[in-house]
Design a protein around this ligand. Structure first.
Ligand code: NZQ
Ligand code: ZN
Length: 385
């Protein structure tokens, strides 16, 4: 295990009725930008609960943040924050709205072109407005982490940034606010959270027993409860476990001090930028193929994962690794996420386009050993055809 500093300042309010804690969290004199998506929060009562909790505070609503939040839309929100002298950003929605809120919070005070925040991956963020997150879609982990992923459709880009300044001050996780999610979206959330664990776990053994066992139990919970929650959207206990697992999958603890491999996400973001595929669905395509291409260097962890998460104990190493990869593919498919590029009408040639985009960006060595070159990315995507 490597040295690490574990830091997570986000206070988490979990459970039924917790939106009321917004009143204690947001300063009484705050001037609030309420950021939201396309309107689901109006029809399921979440908006009304949030407005009630905000009481008499000055609140300006900004609806219209897209799935895969767009830079141009968010820059309009930045102008409103500046013009109205707002000083607190409240995200009410899924991961896209939370990511958008982080960008707005960082962009308001940014000197220069805010797109540089994405180009420099957040290293140039010196401050941000305080923000809070009312989460209505579990999966991304954005409610309690320092990451944000922003799309810019006008130039076909999708880039992430990280900054400790954009950790939410608090988040509210009320599983009941997620009951209205369509099957596709909750399935996406389960698959995304599962993949976040894979990215921090499926590398090489690092004698990090706490992180390993924790990662395995988060995956087991998602395997057990994910399909139940997809089929029974108002089963509170099942959904509560999915929500909590998703937060644990990406708020820092399981990745502390261990090798990580975010190549599936890097490749997935390119597929979303080029083809508009849902984030989680890009991962369902990339992960099984990446595990197969990288099976030699990931062998020890694939065997451990197969045994501890899927109970695979019989057969040669090769057979057990095959079985672990097939279980992973089967899990995405069971949730309803197809795992081939052709399922999304994407031609195999996208493999070379993605590889050359990564090359142009200087992303030449991803993976826990830096051995996922653009050539390997191309092979992974050709195998995912
Ligand atoms: O816009 P509204 O009307 O709210 O509808 C949304 C949207 O259409 C709907 N929805 C959300 N909550 C609902 C609901 N519908 C009914 N009832 C509810 N309770 O769901 C749709 C998708 O929402 P979105 O926020 O886009 O989904 P998700 O949470 O999966 O976020 C995906 C984005 O997060 C990024 C992805 O790249 C993608 O841009 N990620 C962010 C990460 C992070 N910050 O750490 C990590 C992830 O790996 C990921 O990359
Ligand atoms: Zn993800």
């Amino acid at each position: 295990m490597e040295n690490f500093t574990y830091f997570n300042p986000t206070r988490i309010h979990f459970g039924r009725g917790q939106i009321r804690s917004v009143d204690a969290e947001v300063p009484a004199g705050a001037r609030v930008l309420l950021l939201a998506g396309g309107g689901s929060i109006r029809s399921n009562g979440v908006y009304d609960q949030v407005r009630a909790a905000l009481g008499g505070r000055v609140v300006v609503d900004f609806f219209g943040v897209e799935a895969n939040p767009d830079f141009d839309t968010l820059m309009r929100a930045v102008e409103i924050v500046r013009g109205e002298k707002l000083d607190y950003i409240l995200s009410v929605g899924g991961g896209s709205v939370a990511d958008g809120a982080k960008f707005v919070a960082a962009a308001v005070a940014f000197k220069g072109d805010p797109w540089e925040i994405l180009v420099k991956r957040g290293a140039n963020v010196a401050s941000a407005l305080p923000l809070g997150v009312i989460l209505t879609l579990p999966g991304t982990g954005s409610e309690a982490n320092q990451a944000s992923v922003i799309s810019r459709r006008s130039i076909r880009e999708k880039l992430a940034f990280l900054s400790p300044h954009v950790f939410p001050r608090f988040c509210v996780l009320d599983p009941e606010t997620t009951f209205t999610l369509p099957e596709r979206q909750i399935a996406n959330g389960v698959a995304d959270a599962f993949t976040h664990v894979i990215e921090q776990y499926m590398t090489f053994p690092a004698r990090a027993a706490v992180q390993d066992r924790f990662a395995e139990s988060v995956m087991q919970v998602l395997v057990d409860e994910g399909p139940i929650s997809v089929k029974n959207p108002t089963d509170y206990d099942s959904r509560a476990n999915v929500v909590w697992a998703a937060t644990w999958a990406l708020h820092g603890v399981i990745g502390a001090g261990v090798p990580q491999d975010w190549a599936s996400h890097t490749i997935g973001h390119e597929l979303t930028a080029l083809h508009g595929i849902d984030h989680a669905r890009t991962l369902a395509v990339v992960v099984p193929s990446l595990l197969n291409v990288q099976r030699a260097t990931k062998a020890a962890k694939l065997l451990q994962y197969g045994e501890r998460v899927w109970g695979i104990r019989e057969g040669t190493d090769r057979e057990r690794i095959d079985a672990a990869i097939e279980k992973t593919r089967g899990f995405y498919e069971l949730l309803g996420l197809r795992t081939r590029l052709s399922d999304y009408n994407v031609k195999p040639d996208t493999a070379s386009e993605v590889a050359s985009r990564l090359r142009a960006r200087g992303v030449l060595k991803s993976g826990e050993r830096g051995d996922i070159t653009p050539e390997i990315v191309e092979r992974i995507l050709r195998q995912a055809a």
